[in-house]
Ligand binder design. Structure first.
Ligand code: ADP
Ligand code: MG
Length: 729
């Protein structure tokens, strides 16, 4: 029996729920995290104070304290049954990396002991050669090391019955180049902090720190593990390269409002429990639009912590799914013809005085502060839309962006009609002749209309890639499998840069003798005028928007290899250098790595398409072809007239046609791949893979294979069908 039928037969087997769930989340929340509260219990006063100040300043811990702190962490970890530790980091491969070492060691005289030295806590040297470096290592002969950033606390990961102490680290080369997602993110956040505090101080001198905040919404699919295993394309690439859409998919929209299936619900509760222990503040869970698609979202946190938590969550989700004989699909487009998955990044900035800088204020003064940050965000997105687009570019995300699905590849900003009017008002009323007597203008009372504003902004426009939703912006174009660090690095960098420029311009006017508020209003007006073409309130999927955007001069780059060009323009280079995020060589290295990732992904998809065609699709089709041929021959020999077998003949003709086409196209695709593989330049090769392999062959081959799926006897078909993967559980 084929894997497919085996899987279907075993579906009625329901594994019992695996984990114990607490009656109260607060009872377990953060229990596997070495928080400052826990540190208080396990560290001396001196060591605790040292850790506390390093944590606050996000600085390496003091060498002289390292041993004490390491011992405290070990004592805590051992009290929870931990025997191993690892430096946990986020390399550019897109997954998380770890290499486990035991506390166990032998002393010089052979005595076995358990120890965890300060050095091992602060810094390690993983074998970096297997991680992508985009040529940085060749250029600098740089070995990499991981270093603990105490602003992310140590935590314990439970894998099966094993428990490992994880030290969240950044990964850099010995010459200082970042080799991971986290190091540049921390730099961007620091840059934003400085720039935003400077601007805040126009309004409030008590503000000393600004932190960017992030709440991600993780979309995902869940399916039965045995069915998953019977689909080599899912196993290899995370998406189905074949599969005719099922008679029913999402047109009834019944999944979104339906109840969560019991088996999935048990899985959700289980991964939520694991997440709570790790301090991930998950809050919501619900069905998504497509069948078998779901979403979860946490309470927002500081960006760096939120990024760690999202990476951890994805890891936890994959591990826990297996306990339930399920698989989680984090890929952006596992199934053709139904919605793909994204990861909305809700983003704002908060001051140490407790103000959300993107929440409209209650007084004219705080309103002006809101307006300042609001307009600066729009300006940042306008000026650097291309770099923001590049930050979310990936082979899997190409299936969403620019592929008639939410959101489009054109970056635009939705702010809602009410705020749109406010900006128009500012534009019209602020003039060069404005002076102090015109201060009524500063009293734009946004607050009064907040209920209106929220109504306006939360429900409407799901088609915008970057939408204001009342007290935050929501960057919706991020892919579901992406590490949020990359888009967050770019967003916070462009915001920092725009705010710095803003301050310069306001200061220049003040120096000329302009009153502070008036100067601010003038620059705000100027920014509204220069960036309003990025504002769009209509349907982002529509054909008319694509045309309109072109007229406005907004970029619409639909493929990753070309979108990535924006990373290495002079504009990008200056931006990242000015803000100390990436050096020129780091930027080029990252560009190279992203291109290579793209090439590899398309290459693997192309290979699996070819392999499945020849080993799964065609054998089934040919067997059925034979059956029909024999049937026709038999009927003929029995002396029946043509009418008796004319239908069979028609089917046979169709099948033969699709078999030939599939086989032919696969052969040609292999030749096209060979041409690509001989190319030296990475960018040229990536473009060739996209335009000469993917675009030319993927849909065409799939079309023929999917036709065969419909024509061939169901019993002969090896690959689980869409209706089975999406509806059986
Ligand atoms: P929905 O988008 O489903 O209506 P919400 O808008 O309430 O739900 O929240 C979506 C996500 O945005 C949540 O993770 C929430 O914590 C986050 N969020 C809310 N306020 C902020 C903020 N100021 N900064 C960053 N994220 C936020
Ligand atoms: Mg939302």
């Amino acid at each position: 029996m084929s894997l497919r039928f085996n899987a279907i037969q075993n579906l009625s087997f329901k594994p019992e729920e695996k984990a114990e769930h607490p009656s109260k989340i607060t009872g377990i929340f953060g229990s596997n995290v070495f928080t400052l509260k826990t540190a208080r219990e396990f560290l001396s006063d001196e060591a605790y104070k040292s850790l506390q100040s390093s944590t606050k300043a996000s600085q390496k811990i003091d060498r002289s304290m390292a041993n004490q702190i390491a011992n405290g962490i070990r004592a805590w970890a051992e009290s929870k049954g931990v025997t191993h530790f690892t430096h946990w980091f986020q390399p550019l491969t897109g997954t998380t990396a770890e290499k486990h070492d035991s506390f166990f060691t032998l002393k010089g005289d052979g005595t076995p002991i358990e120890q965890f030295e300060g050095d091992a806590l602060i810094q390690q040297e993983p074998d970096a050669s297997s991680f992508p470096s985009g040529g940085l290592r060749a250029t600098f002969e740089a070995r990499g090391y991981t270093a603990w950033d105490p602003s992310s606390p140590a935590f314990i990961m439970e894998i099966g019955n094993g428990k490992t102490l994880c030290i969240p680290t950044i990964f850099v080369s010995y010459t200082g180049e970042s080799l991971d997602y986290k190091a540049p993110l921390l730099k961007a956040l620091e840059s934003l902090n400085k720039a935003a505090v400077d601007v805040c101080n126009y309004f409030d001198k008590n503000i000393n720190k600004v932190t960017a905040t992030l709440g991600w919404e993780q979309e995902y699919f869940v399916m039965d593990e045995a069915l998953f295993n019977a689909r080599p394309d899912l196993v290899m690439t995370g998406r189905t390269v074949y599969g005719h859409s099922s008679a029913k998919n999402q047109q009834l929209e019944d999944h979104y409002f339906g109840s969560i299936p019991e088996r999935v619900y048990a899985y959700m509760r289980d991964f939520e429990t694991e997440s709570y222990k790790l301090g991930i503040p998950l809050r919501t869970r619900h069905n998504e639009v497509a069948p078998a698609q779901y979403e979860c979202a946490p309470i927002f946190e500081e960006v760096s912590v939120a990024v760690d938590h999202n990476s951890l969550l994805m890891d936890v989700m994959e591990r826990v799914a297996r306990r339930h004989n399920l698989r989680v699909l984090l890929h952006e487009k596992p199934f053709a013809g139904i919605n793909g998955s994204g990861k909305h990044n809700n983003w704002s900035m908060a001051t140490d005085t407790g103000v959300n800088l993107l929440a409209p204020g209650k007084t004219p003064k705080t309103n002006l502060m809101f307006l300042t940050f609001f307009v600066n965000t729009i300006k940042a997105v306008h000026d650097y839309a291309d770099i923001l687009r590049a930050s979310i570019a990936s082979a899997p995300n190409d299936h969403r962006l620019g592929a008639n699905e939410a959101p489009p590849a054109i970056i635009s900003v939705f702010i809602g009609q009410y705020l749109f009017k406010v900006l128009q008002d500012v534009k019209e009323r602020v003039s060069d002749k404005m002076d102090e007597t015109d201060e009524s203008l500063l009293k734009i009372d946004i607050h009064k209309s907040i209920p209106e504003l929220l109504m306006d902004n939360t429900d409407r426009n799901r088609t915008s890639p970057f939408a204001f939703t009342g007290n935050k912006f929501e960057f919706r174009a991020v892919g579901s499998s992406a590490n949020c660090a990359n888009p967050m690095t770019v967003l916070n960098t462009i915001m920092a840069d725009t705010l710095k420029q803003f301050k310069k311009e306001v200061d220049a006017l003040i120096e000329k003798g302009e009153k502070k508020e008036i100067a601010i209003m003038h620059v705000i007006r100027q920014y509204i005028v220069s960036s309003e073409k990025i504002l769009f309130e209509g349907d982002g999927y529509s054909e008319s928007w694509a045309k309109e955007a072109e007229k406005r001069g907004l970029p619409n780059v639909k493929t990753t290899p070309l979108a990535l060009d924006a990373m290495v323009t002079d504009k990008a280079r200056h931006l990242f250098e000015r803000n100390n995020i990436y050096s020129h060589s780091e930027l080029e290295a990252r560009h190279e790595i992203e291109l290579e990732k793209y090439i590899k992904k398309v290459q693997i998809e192309s290979r699996i398409m070819g392999e499945l065609a020849t080993s799964h699709v065609l054998p089934a089709a040919i067997r059925y072809q034979n059956l029909l041929a024999n049937n026709i021959r038999g009927l003929k020999e029995a002396g029946l007239k043509e009418a008796a077998y004319s239908n069979q003949k028609q089917i046979l003709e169709k099948i033969s046609e699709h078999i030939n086409k599939t086989s032919d196209l696969v052969e040609k695709m292999i030749q096209a791949r060979k041409v690509c593989n001989s190319m030296d330049n990475t960018r040229t090769k990536a473009i060739a893979y996209q335009s000469q392999v993917k675009d030319v062959f993927f849909d065409e081959i799939r079309y023929n294979a999917d036709k065969l799926e419909l024509l061939v006897d169901d019993r002969e078909w090896y690959l689980p069908k869409y209706r089975e993967m999406l509806f059986l559980r």
